[in-house]
Design a protein around this ligand. Structure first.
Ligand SMILES: *[C@@H]1O[C@H](CO)[C@@H](O)[C@H](O)[C@H]1NC(C)=O
Ligand SMILES: *[C@@H]1O[C@H](CO)[C@@H](O)[C@H](O)[C@H]1NC(C)=O
Ligand SMILES: *[C@@H]1O[C@H](CO)[C@@H](O)[C@H](O)[C@H]1NC(C)=O
Ligand SMILES: *[C@@H]1O[C@H](CO)[C@@H](O)[C@H](O)[C@H]1NC(C)=O
Ligand SMILES: *[C@@H]1O[C@H](CO)[C@@H](O)[C@H](O)[C@H]1NC(C)=O
Length: 792
């Protein structure tokens, strides 16, 4: 609306009213005019000449005075027009007060005239409404119920009346409608009324535009955006992504490993949307095994899983928001079996030791195998090493028996280490080994055995009593009492052998002792059997033959058989004076009871009355003349001979020989001077003749007997041994073997063939004809003669 357009309108209003001004009590007429604001300067508003009927304005010095002395109007004196001196702004002049009236007076002089006038400044819609806030924020809880109203600040408009704010509208929205509230004095307030419930989760804010409209003919508007922030209300519970989580976890998962991450959402915001996760109503087992992070929702392992104990877990989880609303879900954890358990071996019985004579299929051990894993991880194979005399037999349901398969022999192997290996078929394969030690116990199945089948022991004769002469030994390959062996002497069948008096044996160690001194000359060798017995049940035993050889020592001096030595009257040999050189005077006969070298005798002439007349053959004891005799030779001669054996040390004996030279055997025997002074000489002389005769006969007889016996024995030995040989080379040239025999020529081969095997009865005959001291004066008193020489 241009003010200039309205300026043409002259609204003349004549109002009559009475006013009392100053001291004047003149009731004067008030002239009212109106002008639209913003009228162009110079616009004529009224003509006072016409209106008030006054003239001569110039002369009368008419002037217009406003109450506030502002020259709003100018009076054209010539025409009487009241002209706008400047544009009037109602809002400036009156603000919001209505009506806006400027009072003025028209003063005239001569005559003084005082005219009241008033100028109504009319409002034109020259101002738009304005909102104080450029952007209106409004917090509305989403829980607000429809119908709730929210009062808004109204818009301002400098214009008044209809030009002021008359109406409000909002941009179309489903949530709100606008209600105008009368604020009195024509003022209206806009109120937002909730039409539909808000949902922050759907629309966290609503933008509206509030438009204020004034009532001008050409209405002016103002707009202000309204930002409705939907304030959250905890109207949403947290909600898990899934109602059920299923997860498979290997049982060997490490501690603290992530099992699953659950997640819930809450559409609310702030505290109401802050979710914390926890377990709800879970078993203690679950609490021990799992933990959940309250913020991240990650479920971790708190302890190790064990498929063998628990195959699955059901975990109730909940998510709680800050407002206390909660959502729930379930996690099902399936534990997957991993081959983490070794097979086990449980023995129910074990027989050890087992006797070595156990029959085949004897049960040695019973055991059970088990594996806590499932499926292939729990399937098992069981085995033992090869090359054992044992066999593994499955019985039922993982039970096995270990039985003997082949015969056992403790003596070859007394202990078996049997390693049982159980392997499962899982991946990787796990196995367990168990080593059994099975002892094989002894059975008395081995007899003791001697180290040799026969033993030969050598003992020097004349041993001290209880001499240890040797040992026998036996072994028993069994063990314990089955190998505890005892030695004993077995009774001999030889009635001549008083074995218990001769030999004793140490039952524990088989040492043999000679109880008595042995005499080679009496017993040269003997045999007996020893036994050995173990202490098994039943006992086993064995025998061995022991031969004891008594070794000769030179304990016997040579014994002179002829001539007899210790007779009261010594024998005297007759030697005819006519004897030629080399005449055999006599022969010294000696024996030695020892054997071997100890019995090899040699003869030696020690002393003679006439040395050189006689000589003695060293090896046969023959005494011969060494020259022709003469008349000068003394009739009596005495020879001293020594008979010595070859022992070490040698033993010897001396022999005294008397020789009487006679001129012929017809010569009477003259007793020797030594004999002559004997007391019983007469009887002796007679005896001497007797002795000479007997001796000669005896010697001849003895020779013939020996020849006969020798020939017979030689024949017998030849039959048994294929000949009687004489080890001639064994004898030293100057010695002869005279053991146990007479001093006979080597050619008689007497000793070799007779010793030990001869029938001793042959010598009883010899005994019966042996010299007897009752008959022969030159025989010793207590002569034991040949009988003593070990032939019986
Ligand atoms: C709306 O709420 C926010 C936060 O809740 C606050 O900062 C703001 O001052 C509020 N506005 C009004 C207009 O109340
Ligand atoms: C305000 O304006 C709206 C739309 O322009 C109209 O429908 C309504 O009648 C008006 N209200 C008043 C009081 O003039
Ligand atoms: C094994 O030996 C013992 C003792 O000799 C005997 O009692 C037992 O019967 C034997 N067993 C067998 C199976 O031969
Ligand atoms: C059996 O094992 C034991 C202990 O390891 C060992 O002393 C013994 O010699 C073994 N026996 C055999 C027969 O291998
Ligand atoms: C006789 O001689 C033997 C052996 O030479 C001797 O043992 C014995 O004691 C002697 N007897 C007498 C009575 O002298």
């Amino acid at each position: 609306m241009e003010p200039g357009v309205m300026a043409a309108q002259h609204i003349r209003q004549v109002l009559l009213f009475f006013a009392f001004l100053g001291g004047s009590s003149v009731l004067s007429e008030t002239w009212s005019y109106s002008v639209a604001e913003e009228m162009e300067t110079g616009s004529s508003i009224a003509n006072i000449i016409k209106d008030m009927g006054v003239g001569d304005l110039a002369e009368r010095g008419a002037r217009v005075i406003f109450d506030d002395y502002q020259p709003y109007l100018r009076l054209e004196l010539e025409t009487g027009n009241l002209v706008l001196n400047k544009k009037l702004d109602r809002e400036e002049l009156c603000g919001t007060s209505e009506p806006c009236i400027l009072h003025f007076q028209v003063l005239l002089e001569n005559p003084f005239q005082f005219l009241q006038g008033e100028l109504l400044v009319e409002d034109i819609n020259d101002h738009p409404p304005t909102f104080l806030e450029k952007l209106i924020f409004l917090n509305i809880s989403e829980g607000a119920t429809p119908g709730t109203s929210f009062q808004m600040d109204n818009a301002q408009d400098l214009d008044v009346g209809m030009n002021g704010v008359q109406n409000y509208t909002i941009s179309p929205t489903t949530y709100f409608y606008l209600k105008l509230k009368d604020g009195g004095k024509g003022r209206k307030y806009p109120e937002l009324v909730l039409d539909e419930p808000l949902d922050r989760e759907k629309e966290p804010s609503v933008s509206l535009i509030l438009t204020a409209m004034d009532g001008g003919s050409l209405p002016r508007t103002a707009t202000a955006p309204i930002q409705v922030v939907v304030v959250d209300v905890n109207d949403n519970a947290p909600e898990f992504e899934r109602m059920l989580y299923e997860i498979q976890v290997p049982e060997n998962s490490p501690m603290d490993s992530l099992v699953i991450k659950v997640s819930a959402t809450d559409l609310d915001m702030g505290m109401n949307g802050e979710i914390s996760y926890s377990f709800s109503h879970v078993s203690r087992d679950v609490r021990k095994t799992f933990k959940i992070h309250p913020i991240s929702g990650e479920v971790h392992l708190k302890s190790f899983l064990n498929f063998e104990v628990t195959q699955s877990y059901t975990i109730n989880v909940q998510a709680v928001d800050g407002g206390g609303l909660s959502g729930k879900s379930v996690i099902i954890v399936q534990v997957i079996d991993v081959n983490d358990n070794r097979p086990e071996i449980v023995f129910t019985s074990l027989m050890s030791p087992i006797p070595e004579n156990s029959s085949s299929e004897m049960v040695v051990a019973v055991f059970r195998v088990r594996d806590q894993d499932a499926g292939d991880n729990g399937r098992m194979l069981c085995s033992i090493q090869d090359n054992l005399p044992f066999l593994l037999k499955p019985t039922f349901k993982n039970f096995y028996t270990l039985v003997t398969e082949n015969p056992l022999d403790r003596e070859s192997k007394a202990e078996y280490n049997i390693t049982i290996t159980v392997t499962d078929t899982g991946t990787p394969k796990l196995s367990t080994q168990h080593t059994l030690t099975v002892q094989v116990s002894d059975v008395n199945d081995n007899a003791p055995t001697f180290t040799q089948t026969s033993y030969t022991l050598f003992v020097q004769e004349n041993n001290s009593p209880a001499l240890h002469i040797g040992a026998i030994s036996a072994t028993d390959s069994d063990s314990g009492s089955n190998a505890h062996i005892t030695y004993s002497l077995l009774p001999t069948h030889d009635p001549q052998l008083a074995l218990p008096l001769l030999i004793s044996i140490n039952a524990d160690n088989g040492q043999l002792f000679a109880l008595r001194a042995l005499d080679y000359e009496a017993l040269q060798t003997f045999e007996f059997r020893v036994g050995v017995t173990d202490q098994g049940s039943p006992t086993l035993n064995s025998q061995a033959l022991v031969r004891v050889q008594v070794l000769d020592t030179n304990d016997n001096a040579p014994f002179v058989l002829y001539p007899l030595q210790n007779a009261s009257a010594p024998c005297t040999e007759m030697l005819p004076r006519a004897a030629e050189s080399g005449y055999l005077v006599t022969k010294v006969v000696a024996v030695d009871r020892d054997s071997g070298q100890n019995a090899w005798l040699s003869f030696q002439l020690l002393k003679a009355t006439e040395p050189g007349l006689f000589s003695v053959w060293a090896h046969n004891g023959e005494v011969r003349t060494s020259r022709l005799l003469s008349e000068r030779d003394a009739p009596k001669h005495r020879l001293l001979l020594m008979v010595k054996d070859n022992g070490d040390p040698p033993r010897s004996v001396s022999v005294t020989l008397h020789v009487l030279l006679v001129d012929g055997f017809s010569q009477p025997y003259l007793p020797l001077p030594e004999v002559a002074h004997e007391p019983a000489q007469d009887e002796d002389v007679v005896a001497l003749y007797l002795v000479i005769a007997l001796t000669s006969v005896s010697s001849l007889f003895l020779l013939s007997v020996l020849l006969f016996v020798g020939a017979r024995m030689c024949k017998r030995a030849r039959e048994a041994m294929g000949g009687c040989s004489v080890p001639e080379g064994h004898f030293p040239g100057h010695l002869m073997d005279f053991s146990g025999t007479g001093t006979l020529s080597q050619s008689y081969q007497y000793e070799v063939c007779l010793t030990g095997v001869s029938d001793t009865k042959d010598f009883w005959f010899l005994k019966s004809v042996s010299p007897n001291n009752e008959v022969m004066p030159c025989v010793e008193e207590n002569s034991t003669s040949v009988n003593d020489f070990g032939y019986d």
